[in-house]
Design a protein around this ligand. Sequence first.
Ligand code: GDP
Ligand code: IMO
Ligand code: MG
Length: 422
Amino acid sequence: MKVDVLLGLQWGDEGKGKIVDVLTPKYDIIARFQGGPNAGHTLIFDGKKHVLHTIPSGVFRPGTKNVVGNGVVIDPIIFKREITQLLEAGVDPRPDLLISRRAHLITPTHRLLDAASEQAKGKAKIGSTLKGIGPTYMDKTGRNGLRVGDLTSGKFDERYQALRTKHLGLLQQYPNFEYDLESVEDEWMAAVHELGELQLIDTEHYLNEALDAGKRVLAEGAQGTMLDIDFGTYPFVTSSNTIAAGACNGLGVGPGRIGEVIGIFKAYCTRVGSGPFPTELLDATGEELRQAGGEFGATTGRPRRCGWLDLVQLRYACRVNGVTQLAMMKADVLSGLEEVPVAHAYAHAGGTTQNLPYGIEPDEVTPAYTNHVGWQEDLTGITTEAGLPDSIKSYIAMVEKEMATPISIVSVGPDRAQTIVR
Ligand code: GDP
Ligand code: IMO
Ligand code: MG
């Protein structure tokens, strides 16, 4: 069997959690391969809302195994809180939760370094979620990181102290940054030892053996393609490879074992944090989209920046991920618009391009729009493709043609049930 990958094609928050939950019955194993608690994946069913940060979105479907892969970074405090919230919701994730020994740990000082770095950058800040993501991946590639497997090595305390000492030295570079480490350190230590009592395994063996035995695996992406460390809007990106190739690194499966790559996008576009966003709407229409779409961060509560669908950006994302199927989300939010503008090209360097250029700052590209006929109907109760208004059917056909890729899922509301599988 192969690993299917589901990932975001824009700047995150496309609705990955919802669709992973919808697709989970088709799979035996759901595996997160990168990112950490910077992610906020929302699932809504039976009138209840759940937000997951590190735990895979297959957790609400009994019998599904949920793997936290080696490419993920884990904050034990947030992980513990997620488990507690699941227990309160009547779900015990622990029997089916498998954590890679190779996953790196986010320590309290990683979080301090993230905050200090952002503060020092002032206006140039990344707009990070302040979860310690950047510093943790820096220690991973810098070969100083602390891993889940260290918990059972007998050298955990020594390694933790060495990292802590290094970080306290680095924090001296930020004389204006005040912090109180002691207040969180005890809680972190307690949480990390609880993490150590969960099922810590070599997930690369587990996953490859499961595939050999015919098990079906879905890899769940976090963030989105435009936040990828290599292909995103650097430096306004996250610190991991969010693209399909990240599933190979982040789980230990070979490229030949990747099956379908399901790319998920909103019928419009959002971004949270700093960095270029060519189709951003800074006017009342942007505010209307934000309100209609409930565009406020699932992790930080920050208002999300909103804009029109950008086919140049989406084409690029399909290309670097090798997307084989698309899922279009939140078309219901656009109901009532006379016309839906879509960027089909950029004016760039004196000409026009449909290929995303190296720089997409406002002085580098200007989107060129085509106006698509809008749909007036409320889509949220529609359950079949045949029931969709003609204007949205032609919007779907237009995106499929432009991307040369089929849209296999259309989502018309946040609930698990508000999903049309074509
Ligand atoms: P993720 O990070 O990709 O999992 O996405 P988030 O959960 O951060 O953000 C997606 C938001 O849109 C959540 O509030 C979802 O409940 C909501 N949502 C998902 N799909 C739809 C949809 O088709 N229509 C509407 N109106 N909301 C949706
Ligand atoms: P999900 O999985 C949207 C953004 C942050 C910031 C940049 C770097 O829910 O789609 P980081 O904390 O990673 O160093 O922040 O990336 N960002 C996200 N934006 N959705 C996410 O995750 C995000 N995770 C990080 O806002 O601009
Ligand atoms: Mg999110």
